[in-house]
Ligand binder design. Sequence first.
Ligand SMILES: [Zn+2]
Length: 179
Amino acid sequence: MSVETIQPWLAHRPRRGATHIDTVVLHATPCENVSSAVAQLKSQGLSYHYIIDRTGLSHKCVPYSAVAFHAGNSYGPHEAARGTSKQQDAHFNFVELTSVNEYSIGISLVNDNDGADPYPREQIDACIGLIKELAATLKSLKYVTTHSLVSPGRMTDPVGIDIVRISQQTGLDIWLPEQ
Ligand SMILES: [Zn+2]
């Protein structure tokens, strides 16, 4: 599997001591190429652990031992387990100001996120390969989800991704907000 390393790392901070990293959050990044995506993320102070381009080349932007700033206001398995309020304000922000960033790995696929732009097979295969590789060293990984599932109403990415196939081939469960 081909992985290129982006140096210096994009924005990150240390994880808290006992963090149980169990969730992969998938995103889509509309951009010309990875360099323009990286430039934009830098200017916004945002980051993913990995960006996968359309050819299936993965770009490591932050080591998973650190928190990347990819999901913002969001609600995932840890909040659900704690019974945190799911109340959202008029802008679909969770009023408890929760975020999955602390315990997740963010992987973004270069895509227009318009529902029409297809994800090439090489790109999805690279995503599956990357998650399998991460899961082999990080035994705590349990869930795969999307930005739209952890930030419902506020985010739509990655539109149209076949998360069922990704779940089946990586062995991770799909995390869905409870109904
Ligand atoms: Zn996103």
